[in-house]
Design a protein around this ligand. Structure first.
Ligand code: PMT
Length: 313
């Protein structure tokens, strides 16, 4: 697609999207977060900030939405990576799908409220011994990073919310230039129903089979890279189920959108192995053992690449 039609499609996407509720509040939070972090120092320079996107976007089929199309992502990659970025001295804007995996909560059971706590008597609830370390760690780390101003969490559900918030984040991060990184792990819808052509009420099944034409979601990577925050460091993801085409697609994405790195992963092995594709090499990154995370070596590599990028800028 040529550059002009991508810009046109992007403009029409935003013009027709339902207004983001809470946009002013989100902008204020972002301004405060970026201001706060601009005054902090990190290893050998100003503190770095990364925007981690996580979880899948939905595409509503009705304005008063009952049905929607979803994109697969548990949010595990985004949440885990956020922890490793924080550990490496970054501050993180965590743009996540509501209800998906959260930083520091990975060791908790599926339903923490019901499974971690118990009554001792009618007046007292306490943490079960078996979960107490995990609960303490989750509360301690989460509280320290949020109240210290190192972690800002912004939720989305639909593709409309995701892209509008991503634009707000990118324009706020523009001022930190090369110290900013985008780590785009969210699974973003490729097709959507434009708001103005969407049914208002629940679509009736009595009308027979559903015939629907979906418009293409403009590839935001190029707009993000060229317009919204052009001096940041960019890492995007490529997910495939067919490993034969994975590296070629990652390479195309790297070149087409001028990414600094693309993380290629295959659905069934994504927790064990990722391949970091850059202009100079393709590096396989494995988790060390069954109890470790592939994000640990991955984030180390990316932090090094970001340092080189900052030094060269
Ligand atoms: O959450 P988990 O269960 O742990 O799984 C993690 C993951 C597999 C979801 C993650 O590692 C991953 O691969 N995320 C990207 C999946 C994806 O949707 O790939 P894609 O080929 O559709 O998109 C490639 C890139 O383009 C992505 O960085 C995406 O943010 C971006 N994109 C996509 C569509 C669009 N319209 N605009 C975009 O900018």
């Amino acid at each position: 697609m040529d550059a002009i039609s991508n810009v046109d499609e992007t403009t029409s996407f935003f013009d027709s999207a339902p207004l983001l509720k809470d946009a002013d509040n989100i902008s204020n939070k972002l301004t405060q977060f970026i201001d706060h972090n601009s005054f902090l120092s990190g290893s050998g320079g100003p503190r770095r900030v990364v925007c981690v996107t996580s979880g899948g976007t939905t595409v509503p089929l009705e304005q008063r939405c009952v049905r929607y199309i979803d994109n697969f992502s548990s949010g595990h990659r985004g949440a885990t990576s956020t922890e490793y970025f924080l550990k490496s001295g970054y501050s993180v804007v965590f743009l996540y799908r509501r209800g998906t995996c959260q930083p520091y909560c990975r060791a908790l059971p599926d339903d923490p409220l019901l499974e971690c706590f118990e009554f001792t008597d009618d007046f007292c609830i306490q943490v079960q011994e078996s979960h107490s370390e995990a609960v303490k760690r989750a509360i301690r780390e989460h509280h320290a990073t949020v109240s210290g101003g190192f972690l800002l969490k912004l939720p989305f559900t639909t593709i409309f919310e995701y892209l509008q918030i991503l634009r707000l984040i990118a324009t706020s991060m523009k001022i930190i230039g090369a110290n900013g990184m985008f780590y785009l792990a969210a699974a973003v819808s490729d097709f959507y129903v434009p708001w103005e052509s969407m049914a208002v009420h629940k679509i009736q099944s009595a009308s027979g089979p559903l015939d629907m034409r979906l418009a293409q979601v403009p590839k935001m990577l190029s707009i993000l890279r060229k317009e919204w925050a052009p001096t940041a460091f960019y890492v995007s993801f490529k997910l495939e189920t067919d490993k034969e085409i994975l590296l070629e697609k990652a390479d195309t994405s790297l070149k087409r959108y001028k990414m600094h790195a693309v993380v290629a992963n295959e659905l069934s092995t994504r927790k064990e192995l990722v391949i970091l594709v850059t202009n100079t090499a393709k590096v396989s990154v494995y988790r060390e053992n069954h109890n470790s995370d592939v994000e640990s070596p991955l984030i180390k590599l990316l932090v090094d690449k970001h340092s080189t990028f900052i030094n060269n800028t």
